[in-house]
Ligand binder design. Structure first.
Ligand code: GLA
Length: 687
């Protein structure tokens, strides 16, 4: 991999630096403050296209030269961006065919960034040219550490429906299928008699009166990812003509549904991610952990870079909540715990103009006499102390299946229940595992699973035959698999696998499903143990499971499938495959073998009464032999990264974690047998 790590030592600290918004006197203050805060890397030039190429093929690098030279003088390294996410005004006017068209056929406005068609040949030529010029000029600059191609591919222009895109889509289909008969077969066009006579007859999935061919929609999504990847590759090649420094682009995991980041991961030298908290979400820190684990997984377990997050509020949520005391530090260190070798922000200094002026920054509008600034400086000190963490890896015994194609397919129109959402389902399992203090990797279902004791597949709706075989082999070889309802239903074309549901998973699960019985909005069912303890409330879904080789573990106690299995286990080869036929509440249920009595889901009671999904997971984790640290308080995030144990206390009380011996990296404290973390605090212990 060229040049990783990007800095000579330690973790990278900094953010997007857009000094072109300010007079040069401010730059002097900027670099002085950067040094005060311990900033060592800044992303420069993200939105500079119209400034460095003010007219077609006319260049002005003066300002950028001065910025890079100044940063170099102060010893601050540069992550130099190609500016191609924000085409200049002249480009749009000169090349109207490059304009972005939405699903309704509207040409979208241009007084913003990202407003271009990803398949436009004019955009391809112009973006390549500016990337070449930039790379030619700066590849030898001593401040340069890495390249940041474009910005957030697919964020606002993931899909374009213009005539150029339609033509490119048809070419893509020709390449994928070879002949039109194969397209008709894949999309099942005989239904509704929609058989195509030639590729030229195919339209993109534009707005239509009723549901479109679903295979067409999936292929259009795949095509669109390829269009963005092609743009990235073209610019990467332009940069590599002059430079062998690492090249990346900033992903938006998991908040950019249209981009299949498994497809993207091999394209970059180091995975970089932007993550913004869902600030109003009650479990924003758990969402953050999930994003970080998924990013590390996309990076193949290698260290990755947090390229953007925020010191406080963003500007684009319905209510932009500022971070609470200590939250920015916890967020930053949670990313590091989960494999990031950097903490970077959008942006260095808060903007005075335009759309993002209410977005927080490292230097807020309040200036340096502010809590935010003091926290920024303190974070620089923390990160300096965490230098030994760099490059180390996070190991996980448990993997959760995540497939963007299945995400897309699950959420197309006309599914059995509008309440069934991919992120919610994966998030529910992830949150329950987080509360059990289990670190997880995410995997594509076709990946090598042999490193994991347990693989969890929540509503893995689209599953190819090859992936299902992979899961089968994994179980036979001794793996433990937990699958939830509506998995293994369709192939890559959204065609139902033959036979009773769940087609390709029947054998490994040892059961079949006769009929789905989705519940009414807010409806619930109760599930009770077939033997022993357990039980829960189920939501969203019930279904008629018929066990073959599997044995029932819990049973539906009421609802449309009363008396039929709700949770099953199938011992197969050296492993076991579990199945759960409803959306279990995280904690909720009976402790005494009866059902539906303990309706207290408060956190405090959760640890005493951990049935529901958590109870089931505990059972499965024990069965699979997944070891966890015992006695860790509920709201403490525990992650081991190499030789370091990160303990992040999300509660308002001090938390004592037993079984910890070693030296605190942040505070030098010696822990002998346990570590006490202050309310909202973080400890990183070298064990
Ligand atoms: C994204 C972009 C930034 C900025 C932030 C605001 O991550 O890359 O340019 O717009 O969002 O949150």
């Amino acid at each position: 991999m060229p040049g990783y790590p990007v800095l000579p030592d330690g973790l990278a600290y900094g953010g997007d630096y857009n000094p072109e918004q300010w007079p040069e006197e401010v730059w002097q203050e900027d670099v002085r403050l950067m040094r005060e805060a311990g900033v060592n890397l800044v992303t420069v030039g993200v939105f500079n296209w119209g400034l460095i190429e003010p007219a077609e093929d006319v260049y002005d690098f003066d300002r950028l030269d001065r910025i890079l030279d100044l940063l170099h003088t102060e010893g601050i390294m540069v992550d130099l961006a190609t500016p191609t996410s924000s085409p200049p005004v002249w480009f749009r006017n000169r090349y109207p065919g490059s304009r972005l068209v939405d699903r309704e056929g509207r040409v979208l406005g241009g007084a913003t960034r990202h407003s271009f068609c990803p398949s436009s040949p004019d955009y391809a030529a112009a973006s390549e040219r500016v990337a070449v010029r930039l790379a030619e000029r700066y590849s030898g600059h001593p401040a340069l550490a890495m390249w940041h191609v474009h910005n957030e591919y697919g964020w606002a222009n993931a899909h374009c429906y213009c005539a150029t895109s339609a033509e490119a889509f048809r070419a893509w289909l020709r390449e994928r299928y070879g002949d039109i008969g194969a397209v008709n077969a894949a999309w099942g066009t005989t239904f509704w008699g929609l058989t195509y006579g030639s590729f030229d007859e195919i339209e993109p999935p534009v707005h239509a009166p009723v549901g479109l061919l679903t295979g067409l929609q999936l292929d259009f999504m795949r095509f669109s990812v390829d269009a963005h990847v092609a743009n990235f590759r073209r610019e990467r090649a332009a940069v590599r003509r002059f430079s062998d420094l690492p090249v990346t682009t900033n992903f938006m995991i998991p908040n950019c549904k249209p981009m299949d980041y498994w497809r993207w991961s091999a394209e970059v030298d180091v995975v970089a991610n932007d993550h913004y908290l869902d600030a109003e979400g009650p479990d924003a820190h758990i969402d953050l952990a999930m994003a970080a684990d998924l990013t590390r997984s996309v990076a193949g377990g290698r260290p990755w870079m947090l390229m953007e997050h925020s010191t406080g509020a963003v500007n684009w949520q319905p209510r932009n909540l500022a971070k609470r005391r200590g939250e920015m530090r916890r967020n930053s260190l949670a990313h590091v715990a989960r494999g990031s070798d950097s903490v970077m922000f959008f942006q260095w200094r808060a903007s005075r103009h335009g759309a993002e002026k209410f977005h927080s920054a490292m230097v807020p509008h309040a200036g340096t006499d502010s809590e935010v600034w003091r926290d920024v400086v303190d974070l620089g000190t923390d990160l300096g102390r965490l230098a030994p963490v760099r490059g180390s890896r996070v190991e996980a015994d448990v993997a959760v299946v995540w497939d963007w194609e299945s995400y897309w397919a699950l959420e197309l129109e006309w599914r059995p229940s509008a309440d069934l959402r991919f992120r919610e389902r994966v998030g529910a399992f992830y949150a329950a595992l987080w509360r059990e203090h289990v670190t997880v990797d995410f995997v594509h279902p076709s990946a090598d699973l042999s490193a994991y004791r347990l693989v969890v597949a929540p509503s893995a709706y689209l599953l190819t035959e090859a992936s299902a075989k992979n899961l089968h082999r994994y179980v036979e070889a001794g793996g433990h698999l937990l699958v939830s309802f509506f998995s293994g239903i369709v192939d890559e074309n959204d065609t139902i696998h033959a036979g009773p549901y769940p087609g390709v998973l029947r054998e490994v699960l040892g059961l079949s499903v006769e009929e789905f019985h989705p519940l009414r909005e807010h409806g619930t069912v109760t599930v009770a143990p077939a033997t022993g303890i357990g039980g829960s409330v189920g939501r969203i879904w019930s279904e008629r499971v018929r066990v073959g080789e599997a044995m029932p573990v819990w049973t539906f106690a009421d609802g449309p499938d009363a008396g039929h299995p709700a949770v099953t286990r199938h011992d197969l080869g050296a492993g076991a495959a579990w199945y759960v036929a409803t959306a279990l509440d995280e904690t909720h249920g009976a402790t005494d073998g009866t059902h539906g009595v303990a309706h207290d889901t408060a956190r405090g009671s959760a640890s005493r009464d951990p049935y529901g999904l958590r109870g089931l997971l505990r059972e499965v984790l024990d069965h699979a032999g997944v070891r966890r640290l015992a006695g860790v308080p509920e709201d403490v995030e525990v992650v081991r990264r190499g030789a370091h144990l990160f303990l992040i206390n999300h509660a308002d009380q001090p938390a004592t974690v037993p079984g910890v011996t070693g030296t605190g990296l942040l505070d030098g404290v010696e822990h002998r047998g346990s570590a006490t973390v202050p309310p909202g605090g973080v400890a990183v212990v070298r064990t």
